[in-house]
Write a protein that binds this ligand. Sequence first.
Ligand code: GDP
Length: 425
Amino acid sequence: MITAVVGINWGDEGKGRMVDLLCAGYDIVARYQGGNNAGHTVVNDMGKFALNLIPCGIFRAGIVNVLGTGMVIDPEHLWNEIETLRARGAEITPDNLKVSEKAIICMPYHRTLDVLEEDRLGANAQGSTRRGIAPVYSDKYHRKALRVGDALRADTLRGKVETVAGFKSVLMSGYGAGSVSVGDTLAWLGEFVGRLAPFVTNTESYLESAASDGKNIMLEAQLGTLRDIDFGIYPYTTSSTTLAAYGPIGAGIPGRRLDRVVGVMKAYSSSVGGGPFTVEMSGAEADALREAGGEYGTATGRPRRVGAFDCVASRFGVKMQGADTLALTKFDVLSYMERIPVCVAYDIGGARVTDFPTGDELEAAKPVYEYLPGFGTDISGCRSAAELPSAARDYIGFIENAVGARIQYVSVGPGRDDYFIKCEV
Ligand code: GDP
């Protein structure tokens, strides 16, 4: 069984929590795209963890976690993440953590260039996390990046570093920011990739034979549909493919098809960074939802923009992910609302639009709301659909109809057991 767990919305839907829950019974959990620019939160017996690079299967004994080929990896950050988790009791060894030798290295100069460009843009900044992700993916596709395995081959590394340092220095000087030192770069690679060496391997060979042996493999996405580089709210997207269809390629099992796609969808909306966010709330209404949902960035601590559930964007998200199962998360957060706004369509220049638009049309979209009755009680203790107040069951039915798919899992709290299965799909 090969399953992808993906985000339906703008990210921060609670994918970490769902991977942690659903990976019981899996042999492998593999990340397939992105870097340390977003965080997956897991709350379990050992405490609360924010994982940036390491897959959420790391807390379950017997699961092998893979940082796949489609990722961009800052080895300094990865090493810190390993140390932090170990200090809190997680066991991390080359047996349960494997890093693709073909994954791209996110270098210190990528971070620097990310900051320089966002600062240059000033008020028009794209809302980058400033962790180097856009610059490093640019270099990957420009074929001017280093792969993890490159840093472990002493005989050829210097020549490769000289090439990329020369290239990046041209760009740095355009910002008036000096140049990239070959010596410093080699020292940094030696220190941080060197320490990771025991974890580095040919992960596609490992994954392909695991798939052939019928092992259960979970592919863990970062961010959500609307941040996808091709189909998201470009240019306010991330720099990688967040869609399930890329999962096998990015993880390293390109010849295999997915058996199942679990779309994680939040009961309301949130977004970090810039770009159109049609349902954005403001003032006291936004503050109340942000506080109820604890909507502050895992990787950055930035307050997230929040808003009502967006049927237009979520239907698009479900379709693009090809989700056959949905997990509705943070449903408990809506408990405080007296009436619950739901965005059912966009108004664009007087026309009612229900297909997710793009570009300038999306920028011009105004939300059309319907209001559903509040639940009248805290639902965080509910462990079955039957225990929910009827208004909460109606809310679920309303959004299932709106997005055109069934919700199987309902999450009503951050803890591993704070959920119930509404129906088998
Ligand atoms: P991810 O990037 O998709 O994994 O999501 P984040 O980790 O950025 O954000 C999800 C946040 O919501 C984390 O703090 C989780 O602990 C928390 N969370 C997840 N599911 C639920 C839920 O059902 N209810 C509540 N109240 N919190 C949840």
